[in-house]
Design a protein around this ligand. Structure first.
Ligand SMILES: Nc1ncnc2c1ncn2[C@@H]1O[C@H](COP(=O)(O)OP(=O)(O)OP(=O)(O)O)[C@@H](O)[C@H]1O
Length: 237
């Protein structure tokens, strides 16, 4: 019940980006949200985070309807948007203090220090964001997303463009976070899904074409692995 999407439609002017999608992401599990470029992943995540409006349908975060009670739904949600927009001129501590202020977090400095520790930012915490490597910038984005300790995390391609060392660190962090939270994660890296996700939803041309627990892949499909299944489902029909 942590993220529930029901019959969701979204059109950009006349272009239908989502054509009635429904799925559920469950607490304590990481859901890999997969699909080719332009399938509708970011659109879905933006709607859930309240960044853009839906056309029709319903969605809830932590049991709270995102239209009827948008502010309350957002309190329970941490969102890392695609391309992780950050204020490059800010220092790490400053950016987190700004985010803490927005969320009205009590004992601000203690929580910032805690999150800096959790996200492995201690060695970089006194730098400007513009001085950080891409991997550390992702950590700042994640730190901002988890600062208010939301039950639900929406991460739009959190590992894109990272080198293998940075990848490993960020994946370990997401896996750790996923033990206690509901995580909806989009990625194009099938290996990553196999490494950290519990559930898989595949979207293609604005429609859900697969929705299953990863452990059931061999029982449900004859494809050799997730990549083979993804390619078969998104290049036919
Ligand atoms: N602001 C917009 N205006 C018009 N069309 C848009 C807009 N944003 C997205 N679209 C279109 O909606 C569809 C879904 O796009 P979306 O960004 O949700 O896909 P995605 O699955 O996140 O893709 P990618 O993997 O490339 O990030 C695409 O056809 C895209 O061109």
């Amino acid at each position: 019940m942590s993220i529930h999407v029901s019959n969701l439609y979204k059109s950009y002017n006349t272009h239908p980006a989502l054509k009635g999608i429904s799925f559920t992401a469950k607490p304590g599990r990481i859901l890999g949200f997969l699909g080719p470029n332009g399938a509708g992943k970011s659109t879905t995540m933006k709607i859930l985070s309240g960044s853009i409006a839906l056309t029709t349908g319903t969605a809830s975060v932590y049991g709270i309807d995102i239209l009827q009670n948008a502010l309350e739904a957002r309190r329970h949600l941490g969102y890392l948007p695609e391309n992780n927009p950050l204020y490059l001129d800010m220092y790490v501590q400053e950016a987190l203090a700004f985010a803490a202020e927005m969320h009205h977090i009590p004992h601000k400095q203690a929580r910032i220090s805690e999150v800096i520790g959790m996200t492995g930012l201690i060695p970089e915490q006194h730098k400007k964001i513009s001085q950080l490597s891409k991997g550390y910038r992702q950590r700042v984005g994640l730190a901002q997303a988890i600062l208010h300790d939301p039950e639900v995390l929406i991460l739009d391609e959190p590992t894109s463009g990272l080198d293998p060392n940075q990848l490993q660190g960020i994946r370990a962090l997401i896996k750790q976070l996923g033990k206690a939270k509901t995580v909806l994660l989009s990625t194009h890296i099938m290996q990553e899904v196999e490494a950290i996700c519990d559930d898989v939803v595949i979207i293609h041309q604005g429609q859900i074409i697969a929705d299953f627990p990863l452990s059931e892949l061999p029982m449900r499909y004859t494809d050799a692995n997730l990549e083979a299944l993804f390619i078969r489902l998104t290049t036919t029909g």
